[in-house]
Design a protein around this ligand. Structure first.
Ligand code: AMP
Length: 213
């Protein structure tokens, strides 16, 4: 099964992708995670990406498309994949279609997680992420058992540098200008399914599963 998760920052794409990965045993491919890892590793790519990410802008298409092409050719993607945070604009979506076509593959479902702007700001400003395993917590809705420590792996929790009010507003602007048009793009192809991303993580997960099973 090949899936794309769409939705604004804070819609829960990463959380749902991790749950889908466990359930269906297919890889989660998050361009945001790949780029953050490159920043952490101080690579040349990381250095190029960091300023753009910290400003809430999109990393240039050639970079992310290159990353995705390389990633989806790896052996573990033969059984399926979950794209989380890619594509982010029409040009990326077109390149993705071309790449998959060349490999005789196609996307089965595009799940759009819908959430309103006020909720997104509340979620992102209260969010902290494990610096080791990437699990996400929230000050109010999902507090860690021990402050600052990941329940799962004991890693240190940190706020993402782009989860501050000013950058969140920029990310939302970029989302509505560049990423939201993908809903129409995939709707025309007949693969778009919309899930109202309200309620608990588990409730949203069961709605997502209903859409794809
Ligand atoms: P995310 O973790 O998906 O919220 O992504 C964090 C940041 O990484 C974004 O705000 C962008 O700066 C960058 N990024 C992630 N995915 C993409 C993509 N597909 N195209 C361009 N930039 C991306």
């Amino acid at each position: 099964m090949r899936l794309i998760l769409l939705g604004p920052p804070g819609a829960g794409k990463g959380t749902q992708a991790k749950m889908l990965k466990e359930k269906f045993q297919i890889p989660q491919i998050s361009t945001g995670d790949i780029l953050r890892q490159a920043v952490k590793d101080n690579t040349e790519l990381g250095a190029r990406a960091k300023t753009v990410m910290d400003a809430g802008q999109l990393v240039p298409d050639d970079i992310v498309i290159g990353l995705i092409k390389e990633r989806i050719r790896q052996g573990d993607c033969k059984t399926g994949l979950i794209l989380d945070g890619f594509p982010r604009n029409i040009a990326q979506a077109e390149k993705l279609s071309e790449t998959l076509q060349d490999m005789n593959l196609a996307i089965d479902h595009v799940i759009d997680l819908e959430v309103d702007e006020g909720e997104v700001i509340e979620r992102l400003t209260g969010r902290s992420t494990c610096s080791e395993c990437g699990t996400m917590f929230h000050r109010v809705s999902r507090p860690p058992k021990v402050a600052g420590v990941c329940d799962g792996c004991g890693g240190k929790l940190a706020q993402r540098p782009d989860d501050n009010r000013e950058t969140i507003e920029e990310r939302l602007k970029v989302y509505s200008e560049s990423t939201a048009p993908l809903k129409e793009f995939y709707s025309k192809q007949g693969s778009l399914k919309t899930v109202e991303a309200k309620g608990s993580v588990e409730e949203i997960f069961s709605l997502v599963c209903e859409m794809i099973e």
